[in-house]
Design a protein around this ligand. Sequence first.
Ligand code: HEC
Length: 152
Amino acid sequence: MINSKIRFVTALALAASATAVYSHGDVAPQEVDTEGLKELPKDEWLSENPYRGNKEAIEIGASAYNQNCARCHGLEAMSGGIAPDLRELTKFDDEYFVNKVRNGVQRNGMTYMPGFEDVMGQEAIWAIRSYIDKRHYEYKDKDLAELYEQAE
Ligand code: HEC
């Protein structure tokens, strides 16, 4: 009884903080259709992008990024200053990326970024990662052909 009460209060607090975050953006998180991409484990998270350079993943990721991330991280991942510029991330940041996106960022009771694990599967999060990889290549003037070659 006491336990369920505590759980209820916690849920309310979470709902309130989520509302605070979404109220200045446009919408709640959007589900992502990842059909066509290789399926990934449901219960075990990879630490490296399995879709790097995969053009279909990049396309799905671009649309998922626009719907879920652009309002804070900027159109085409060009930061307007309210959240970090994701184009700076390198391929060594895969695990860091996935952990941030799954859990979001909370500090001192404030939600700076919502977690997406409950709305997006592993496929969708790596698809977004693939799009960010591409934006990194463009930003750093690297050869995109080299990125596409990395697709399995
Ligand atoms: C409500 C605004 C908001 C939304 C929506 C949002 N983020 Fe963030 N994100 C932030 C903020 C603010 C930070 C910096 C948090 C901090 O102070 O550590 C951040 C940090 C990150 C980081 C760590 C970056 C770094 O350089 O350390 C990653 C990766 C990231 N976000 C990815 C995403 C992705 C991918 C999405 C969409 C699925 C997303 N975010 C949606 C606000 C947001």
